[in-house]
Design a protein around this ligand. Structure first.
Ligand code: NOJ
Length: 771
């Protein structure tokens, strides 16, 4: 994909903007959509009534989504002309409410059938208020954080006139070289499914078309996260067992949660491009799972079926995508749209009217359910109010606080004591960078609305302590610039520093401070789409900076701003906390965490390897030959991760006891109740996450050594004990077996492990037996 994302800044100038709407628009915008959602039959009848009036060209238009690609005037004119001619039914990459409203007026007032446009956008972790990146939210192990965050994002998006988010990304990622690991929930299908469903609920609300909500578009269907070598877009080869038991699971959860859209992936899955893959898009998605929404391609992915050596030409690409089960083409730049050729393919008998109409119906039904025929326009005054809602900033701060994962805390260095810390040296290229703090997939954020770590610490301490700052070293540029970097956020715009001299200055600063806080990691464009990496080292000379600061002997806190498990080469700072890309309130949250106003309670959503050579290293691997020597699989270092999946410290201590299995033997299809006592044995109020893992001892296939099947994040006062209840459902004991090529539930013995990471030691067993 080649795209220049120059997003028009929303010109939300209140009254002036309202005036530009015109009387009819404002009046239309006041009309609220019907309170009760229309019935399926009613929606279908309305869609079919429209389809009966449509020409093949108008149908192809509804199946086409255009980019406003450059925002250049000639491009804008072309988009306008295409919309006026009803040659596109949807648009992406525009989030300026005035422009969206203008285009909507054209579609609704100037086209023959007056079908409104559906506006989509990459609302990945916020529009104006930026939440922590999705992998961070997964690390909260709190689906409510995901739901609340995407509800805020939806409210802001809907307010500016958008109808649909290209999110959540629910791709399982087991290879941190892959840059898009930042957009998902990590390596585990159970955690991933919980986060997928929560995000769909947050985006869509109670039903498709709920006021203040938008359509969720889980992506990229399917397998995209398993790219060969972690190289973005490269081929994916997955066994059926991995597909069904791991990679498809979060998609199924998102569909069950009612997702209105699915985006097909770019790459080939086991040799068949995902966007031309009938088995995936029709057999699995529609027939097996009963998906009722519409399928969009990733940008240009239909046309791209030629690149794969799959389709013979652009027309064939359109035919192959449509007949595989795609409904809408997210078009590549003008001129190469494959779906534009659908009328010709219909005339030549290469597709049927039924195939074309089914796709059009799926798209029109989404527009009907979203209430666009009743309320197509943007209420610009309301938009301003929603974007400035202070409650949104609170949601973002809480999300960042709940996402942080404390990995080391020697001698209880954290939390820092307000009263005792009189001077603090804040160091690192990410410590005061607003752009990096919000992370990738942010186009419209305002730097002055973002709280950096430095700003957060300063605001917290006020005049009570001296805060010195040094960037320490330069954040280096990528080998080739990112497609997302431009203007003030281009790599070339970063401060260029004499690293050796600045390291000396930083070390001097630390020498005269009580404590050093280093903010290290990867810049925002080093992660995300087209941001795969062949190393897990700290980029540039950050490692040298870290080692020099540790050598001072002063207490050192390292805050990692990263979505990859970085390799610190054995450096042992006093404290190490992963703060991810914490979003626009990140610095405020980090300050609250550093000074103990809240305790970190996040847990890793992936195994953190000791070394890049261990990748992939999923905790849920199969038991294999000589498991007792599994720690010796490499002769040069242990095989275990540096930090296991599910790991994270708090400012307190916790103990699990009294693990009880409600029923020692159950029949297939029966649920298994489990309970455990969790006690805060420390002196501070804090959160811990009770995690339940199972292991099937024998059966139709070899199963993972451990699999997460339940979790609960709980807050406990010092000395408080809570009994945490789990219910292992029959579907948690069911899996897809290659031997039977179907889902099975075996009669067997299960081990249960409960604790606060994937190495949990408290264990019990139960049996599944036919009565
Ligand atoms: C390509 C990306 O793969 C996809 O995730 C994104 O939604 C589209 N481009 C639109 O930006």
């Amino acid at each position: 994909m080649k795209s220049v994302r120059k997003i028009r800044r929303a010109a939300l100038a209140g009254a002036a903007v309202i005036a530009s709407l015109g009387a009819s628009g404002a009046a239309q915008a006041q009309r609220a959509p019907a309170a009760a959602p229309p019935s399926d039959a009613e929606v279908r009848a309305r869609a079919d009534a429209l389809i009966a009036q449509m020409t093949p060209e108008e149908k192809a238009g509804q199946l086409t989504q255009y980019f406003d690609f450059t925002n250049a005037p000639e491009e804008s004119k072309r988009v306008t002309d295409e919309m006026a001619a009803a040659r596109a039914g949807s648009l992406l990459f525009v989030n300026d409410p005035v422009e969206l409203d203008r285009l909507q007026h054209i579609a609704v007032e100037k086209t023959r059938l007056k079908i409104p446009l559906l506006f989509g956008y990459d609302v990945i972790h916020g529009l104006r208020t930026i939440m922590p990146v999705p992998i961070a939210v997964a690390a909260s192990w709190d689906p409510k954080v995901a739901e609340d965050g995407q509800a805020v994002a939806a409210a802001e998006a809907r307010a500016v006139g958008l109808h649909w988010a290209f999110a959540p990304m629910v791709d399982i990622a087991r290879d941190p070289r892959w840059g898009r690991i930042v957009e998902g929930a990590g390596e585990d299908p159970y955690l991933g499914s919980a986060m997928a469903a929560a995000q769909v609920r947050g985006f869509q609300g109670s039903h498709l078309g709920a006021p203040g909500h938008i359509i969720a578009g889980p992506k990229h269907f399917a397998g995209y996260g398993a790219a060969l070598g972690g190289r973005d877009y490269d081929e994916v080869n997955l066994s059926d067992s991995e597909l069904w038991n791991v990679y498809l699971k979060p998609f199924k959860a998102a569909v069950d949660a009612g997702a209105g859209n699915i985006m097909s992936a770019y790459m080939g899955l086991n040799g068949t491009p995902a966007t031309g893959n009938r088995w995936l898009l029709t057999d699995v998605l529609r027939k097996t799972w009963g998906f009722k929404g519409f399928v969009v391609t990733d940008a240009g992915a239909a046309h791209d079926l030629m690149t794969h050596g799959f389709a013979s030409d652009n027309q064939d690409a359109g035919v192959r995508a449509l007949t595989a089960g795609v409904d809408m083409e997210m078009a590549p730049p003008f001129g190469t749209s494959a779906f534009k050729t659908l009328p010709q393919s219909l005339a030549e008998g290469k597709i049927t009217t039924t195939q074309l109409d089914d796709a059009v119906r799926h798209v029109l039904e989404a527009k009907i359910r979203m209430g666009l025929f009743e309320q197509p326009y943007v209420d610009l005054k309301a938009a301003e109010r929603v974007l400035n809602d202070p409650a949104h900033r609170v949601t973002a701060r809480i999300a960042a606080e709940r996402s942080a994962v404390l990995l080391r805390n020697e001698g209880g260095l954290l939390p820092l004591d307000h009263k005792r810390v009189k001077s603090i040296a804040v160091i690192g290229p990410l410590a005061d960078s607003a752009r990096d703090t919000v992370g990738p997939w942010v186009f419209d954020q305002k730097d002055d609305e973002t709280v950096t770590v430095l700003a957060g610490i300063k605001a917290k301490l006020g005049a009570a302590a001296r805060v010195d700052y040094s960037p320490g070293v330069t954040m280096p540029a990528r080998l080739h610039p990112s497609i997302f970097e431009s203007g003030p956020h281009a790599a070339t715009a970063r401060p260029q520093i004499d690293d050796a001299a600045e390291i000396r200055r930083a070390v001097g600063m630390v020498g005269s401070a009580d404590v050093a806080v280093l903010v290290l990691g990867e810049g925002w464009s080093m992660i995300g789409e087209q941001a795969s990496r062949s190393s897990l080292d700290l980029p540039g000379r950050q490692q040298e900076l870290l080692d020099a600061v540790i050598a001072t002997g002063k207490p050192v806190v390292v805050l990692l701003m990263s979505a990859r498990p970085l390799d610190l080469k054995g450096s042992k700072p006093g404290a190490l906390m992963n703060i991810w890309y914490p979003g626009s309130q990140g610095g405020a949250a980090v300050a609250n965490l550093l000074f103990g106003e809240v305790s970190p309670g996040g847990k890793l959503p992936y195994n953190w390897p000791r070394n890049i050579g261990q990748i992939p290293l999923p905790y849920a691997h199969l038991t294999s030959f000589q498991p007792k020597t599994s720690e010796q699989r490499y002769w040069n270092e242990p095989n275990s991760p540096l930090y296991p999946f599910g790991y994270g410290l708090t400012y307190s201590t916790f103990a699990f006891s009294n693990l009880k299995i409600g029923k020692g033997t159950v029949a297939p299809g029966e649920a298994v109740p489990v309970s455990v006592d969790l006690k805060n044995t420390g002196t501070r109020k804090a959160d811990d996450v009770a995690q339940l893992y199972i292991h099937q001892r024998h059966g139709s296939a070899a199963r993972p050594v451990r699999e997460l099947k339940g979790f609960q994040r709980v807050t406990l006062a010092p000395g408080e004990t809570r009994t945490v209840e789990f219910m292992i459902k029959p579907e948690d004991l069911t899996y897809w077996a290659s031997a039977t090529r179907d889902f099975v539930q075996d009669e067997t013995t299960f081990d249960v492990y409960v604790g606060d990471d994937s190495n949990a030691s408290l264990t019990a067993t139960f049996e599944v037996r036919k009565p």
